[in-house]
Design a protein around this ligand. Structure first.
Ligand code: DQA
Length: 161
Protein backbone atom coordinates (compact mmCIF):
# COMPACT_ATOMS: atom_id res chain seq x y z
CA UNK A 1 0.00 0.00 0.00
CA UNK A 2 1.34 3.40 -0.99
CA UNK A 3 0.25 6.98 -0.43
CA UNK A 4 -0.31 9.06 -3.54
CA UNK A 5 -0.83 12.81 -3.37
CA UNK A 6 -2.88 14.77 -5.93
CA UNK A 7 -2.38 18.54 -6.01
CA UNK A 8 -4.69 20.89 -7.87
CA UNK A 9 -3.75 24.51 -8.51
CA UNK A 10 -5.76 27.72 -8.82
CA UNK A 11 -9.27 27.88 -10.27
CA UNK A 12 -9.59 24.10 -10.39
CA UNK A 13 -12.08 24.43 -7.50
CA UNK A 14 -14.39 25.87 -10.20
CA UNK A 15 -14.37 22.76 -12.38
CA UNK A 16 -17.84 21.83 -13.52
CA UNK A 17 -18.81 25.41 -14.30
CA UNK A 18 -15.47 26.89 -15.42
CA UNK A 19 -15.15 27.05 -19.23
CA UNK A 20 -16.71 23.58 -19.66
CA UNK A 21 -15.82 23.39 -23.36
CA UNK A 22 -12.16 23.45 -22.31
CA UNK A 23 -12.23 21.69 -18.96
CA UNK A 24 -15.33 19.47 -19.05
CA UNK A 25 -18.32 19.21 -16.74
CA UNK A 26 -16.89 17.09 -13.92
CA UNK A 27 -16.51 18.89 -10.62
CA UNK A 28 -13.28 18.64 -8.68
CA UNK A 29 -15.09 16.62 -5.99
CA UNK A 30 -16.16 14.11 -8.65
CA UNK A 31 -12.62 13.84 -10.01
CA UNK A 32 -11.18 13.36 -6.53
CA UNK A 33 -13.76 10.69 -5.71
CA UNK A 34 -13.04 8.85 -8.97
CA UNK A 35 -9.29 8.91 -8.26
CA UNK A 36 -9.86 7.79 -4.67
CA UNK A 37 -11.78 4.74 -5.94
CA UNK A 38 -9.12 3.98 -8.53
CA UNK A 39 -6.36 4.13 -5.91
CA UNK A 40 -8.35 2.04 -3.41
CA UNK A 41 -9.03 -0.66 -5.98
CA UNK A 42 -5.29 -0.90 -6.57
CA UNK A 43 -4.69 -1.12 -2.81
CA UNK A 44 -3.37 2.42 -2.32
CA UNK A 45 -4.35 5.54 -0.42
CA UNK A 46 -4.97 8.85 -2.17
CA UNK A 47 -4.84 12.30 -0.64
CA UNK A 48 -5.92 15.41 -2.48
CA UNK A 49 -5.26 19.11 -2.01
CA UNK A 50 -6.45 22.19 -3.90
CA UNK A 51 -5.52 25.79 -3.34
CA UNK A 52 -5.69 29.07 -5.18
CA UNK A 53 -2.71 30.37 -3.19
CA UNK A 54 0.85 29.74 -4.35
CA UNK A 55 2.28 29.66 -0.83
CA UNK A 56 -0.25 27.02 0.30
CA UNK A 57 0.65 24.83 -2.66
CA UNK A 58 4.36 25.27 -1.89
CA UNK A 59 3.77 24.32 1.76
CA UNK A 60 1.73 21.25 0.83
CA UNK A 61 4.42 20.08 -1.58
CA UNK A 62 7.09 20.66 1.08
CA UNK A 63 5.09 18.55 3.54
CA UNK A 64 5.04 15.69 1.02
CA UNK A 65 8.75 15.17 1.60
CA UNK A 66 8.03 13.77 5.07
CA UNK A 67 4.38 12.65 5.10
CA UNK A 68 4.91 9.32 3.33
CA UNK A 69 3.79 10.45 -0.13
CA UNK A 70 5.40 8.14 -2.68
CA UNK A 71 4.11 9.80 -5.83
CA UNK A 72 2.62 13.20 -6.65
CA UNK A 73 0.18 14.01 -9.43
CA UNK A 74 0.11 17.76 -9.92
CA UNK A 75 -2.02 20.01 -12.06
CA UNK A 76 -0.38 23.34 -11.28
CA UNK A 77 -3.05 25.08 -13.46
CA UNK A 78 -1.97 28.67 -14.24
CA UNK A 79 1.11 28.25 -12.00
CA UNK A 80 2.36 25.77 -14.62
CA UNK A 81 3.42 28.76 -16.65
CA UNK A 82 4.64 31.09 -13.90
CA UNK A 83 5.73 29.45 -10.66
CA UNK A 84 9.43 28.88 -10.09
CA UNK A 85 8.58 28.65 -6.36
CA UNK A 86 6.28 25.65 -6.81
CA UNK A 87 8.74 24.02 -9.19
CA UNK A 88 11.56 24.44 -6.65
CA UNK A 89 9.37 22.93 -3.91
CA UNK A 90 8.71 19.85 -6.03
CA UNK A 91 12.37 19.48 -6.90
CA UNK A 92 13.25 19.74 -3.19
CA UNK A 93 10.90 16.91 -2.16
CA UNK A 94 12.55 14.36 -4.40
CA UNK A 95 9.13 12.66 -4.69
CA UNK A 96 8.46 11.55 -8.29
CA UNK A 97 5.65 13.45 -9.98
CA UNK A 98 3.45 13.46 -13.05
CA UNK A 99 2.20 16.75 -14.50
CA UNK A 100 -1.48 16.63 -15.40
CA UNK A 101 -3.70 18.94 -17.45
CA UNK A 102 -7.32 18.60 -18.47
CA UNK A 103 -6.76 20.60 -21.66
CA UNK A 104 -3.73 20.39 -23.92
CA UNK A 105 -1.74 23.55 -23.17
CA UNK A 106 0.49 22.94 -26.20
CA UNK A 107 -2.52 23.44 -28.45
CA UNK A 108 -3.59 26.71 -26.82
CA UNK A 109 -2.17 30.23 -26.42
CA UNK A 110 1.60 30.65 -26.77
CA UNK A 111 2.02 31.58 -23.10
CA UNK A 112 0.70 28.15 -22.08
CA UNK A 113 3.44 26.31 -24.00
CA UNK A 114 5.96 27.13 -21.29
CA UNK A 115 5.87 24.76 -18.29
CA UNK A 116 8.10 25.03 -15.25
CA UNK A 117 7.29 21.41 -14.37
CA UNK A 118 7.57 19.19 -17.45
CA UNK A 119 11.32 18.63 -17.26
CA UNK A 120 11.06 17.64 -13.57
CA UNK A 121 8.17 15.28 -14.11
CA UNK A 122 8.36 11.57 -14.85
CA UNK A 123 5.80 12.37 -17.55
CA UNK A 124 3.02 14.71 -18.63
CA UNK A 125 -0.60 13.74 -19.34
CA UNK A 126 -2.66 16.46 -21.01
CA UNK A 127 -5.70 16.93 -23.20
CA UNK A 128 -8.00 14.13 -22.04
CA UNK A 129 -10.23 16.04 -19.64
CA UNK A 130 -10.81 14.26 -16.32
CA UNK A 131 -9.35 11.12 -17.91
CA UNK A 132 -5.92 12.81 -17.86
CA UNK A 133 -5.94 12.27 -14.09
CA UNK A 134 -7.03 8.63 -14.48
CA UNK A 135 -4.25 7.88 -16.95
CA UNK A 136 -1.70 9.68 -14.78
CA UNK A 137 -2.78 7.76 -11.67
CA UNK A 138 -2.52 4.50 -13.58
CA UNK A 139 1.02 5.42 -14.70
CA UNK A 140 1.98 6.41 -11.13
CA UNK A 141 0.69 3.11 -9.74
CA UNK A 142 2.73 1.18 -12.30
CA UNK A 143 5.84 3.04 -11.16
CA UNK A 144 5.48 2.72 -7.39
CA UNK A 145 8.49 1.09 -5.76
CA UNK A 146 6.13 -1.54 -4.33
CA UNK A 147 4.63 -2.39 -7.72
CA UNK A 148 5.26 -6.07 -8.56
CA UNK A 149 6.63 -5.23 -12.02
CA UNK A 150 9.63 -3.44 -10.62
CA UNK A 151 10.31 -5.49 -7.53
CA UNK A 152 13.63 -7.30 -7.59
CA UNK A 153 13.46 -10.80 -8.99
CA UNK A 154 12.33 -13.36 -6.44
CA UNK A 155 14.48 -16.46 -5.95
CA UNK A 156 13.33 -19.39 -8.12
CA UNK A 157 10.59 -21.45 -6.48
CA UNK A 158 10.83 -25.19 -6.10
CA UNK A 159 8.30 -27.23 -8.07
CA UNK A 160 5.17 -27.69 -5.96
CA UNK A 161 5.57 -24.37 -3.99
C1 DQA B 1 -4.78 23.66 -17.00
C2 DQA B 1 -4.14 24.43 -18.17
C3 DQA B 1 -3.59 25.75 -17.68
O1 DQA B 1 -3.00 26.46 -18.79
C4 DQA B 1 -4.70 26.61 -17.10
O2 DQA B 1 -4.15 27.82 -16.57
C5 DQA B 1 -5.48 25.90 -16.06
C6 DQA B 1 -5.83 24.49 -16.29
C7 DQA B 1 -5.46 22.36 -17.47
O3 DQA B 1 -5.70 21.51 -16.62
O4 DQA B 1 -5.78 22.23 -18.64
O5 DQA B 1 -5.94 26.47 -15.09
O6 DQA B 1 -3.75 23.31 -16.10
Amino acid sequence: MAQILVIHGPNLNLLGSREPTLYGRHTLAEIDAMLGDQARQAGHVLRTFQSNAEHELVERVQAAASDGSEFILINPAAFTHTSVALRDALAATGVPCIEVHLSNPQAREAFRRQSYFSDLAVGVVAGFGADSYRYALDAAIQRLPTHPHIQPDLPPRAVGD
